[in-house]
Design a protein around this ligand. Structure first.
Ligand code: SF4
Length: 267
């Protein structure tokens, strides 16, 4: 098996106690079988597990090992090797084509999100340097990135219809639902959205490349995702990275949501 990774992959580092949206809060943590077996020898860990997951605590649904300073007590006590697969892997993802494994880091993590949005290098997969899914064309395009998105996927149903569709999807965070409703009440025009995209062109170029890579060249998914993210950022006034993080958590971490969007748009 060959394993490839984006050029920025090795730069990722969890910012732990400096993370405002820790993945150790509000997410179910399913423990893999091997780790479950290992944890049987650790009564102080085993007592916090129910139905193959850590029992989350408090209103913010914290992992029982996330301490008050934002660090992981398991790592502090036993070292990183104690972690189960999901804690070791997050926010990394894997795709497979034939006997090649494509690694990446997902934007639901704010550190990964900042790394991806602010990247300045052309996209390349290491160690071979190959580029897939037409991502090199995004880097080579000299015009406005909003125009490139239009060429990539000309069908643009408009903010109102797009938002109405996203409102039918499974909602994981009520804040996301609120944001979509505000967009539905006051849709963003294409001109306003495109002006926003072009005034943040590096971030949107990187965003488009990220979606094309993660969703294996699915142009419709990439273009529609980028459009909704831009419209949400305009309407809410939130940081672009915050919207990207929320979008990834809502859509990319729900297989059902991602599939429904892909069914709605063509490749
Ligand atoms: S979301 Fe990312 S930066 Fe934050 S705690 Fe998790 S892995 Fe670390």
């Amino acid at each position: 098996m060959t394993t490839l990774r984006p050029h920025y992959y090795d730069l990722f580092k969890c910012i732990a106690d400096r993370c405002a949206h820790s993945c150790c809060k509000g997410w179910e943590i399913d423990i893999d079988e091997d780790s479950m077996g290992r944890y049987e020898q650790y009564p102080d860990i085993r007592c916090h597990i129910k139905d193959s997951g850590f029992v989350l605590q408090g209103e913010d649904e914290r992992c029982p090992f996330l301490n008050k300073t934002g660090l992981c007590d398991l790592i502090l006590k036993y070292g990183e090797d104690i972690l189960c697969d999901i804690c070791t892997d997050h926010p990394r993802f894997r795709n497979y084509i034939g006997d090649t494994e494509y690694l990446g880091i997902g934007m639901c993590c704010e550190a990964a999100c900042d790394l991806i949005l602010n990247d300045t290098a052309p996209f390349a997969l290491l160690p071979s340097g190959e580029v897939l899914f037409g991502i090199d064309k995004v880097d080579a395009y000299k015009g406005n990135i909003s125009e490139y998105i239009k060429q990539l996927y000309p069908e643009d149903c408009g903010c109102k219809d797009r938002t109405a569709f996203y409102l039918t999807l499974e909602c994981l965070d009520p804040k996301w639902d609120e944001l979509l409703k505000s967009l539905s009440d006051d849709p963003v025009t294409q001109d306003t959205r495109n002006a926003y995209i072009d005034s943040n062109s590096r971030a949107f170029r990187n965003l488009l490349k990220y979606f094309l890579y993660r969703h294996m060249g699915h142009r419709g998914f990439a273009a529609e995702s980028v459009r909704l993210i831009a419209e949400s950022a305009v309407r809410s006034g939130h940081d672009l990275s915050d919207i990207c993080r929320m979008y990834s958590a809502e859509i990319e971490y729900s297989d059902e949501n991602a599939i429904l969007i892909k069914q709605r748009v063509s490749t």
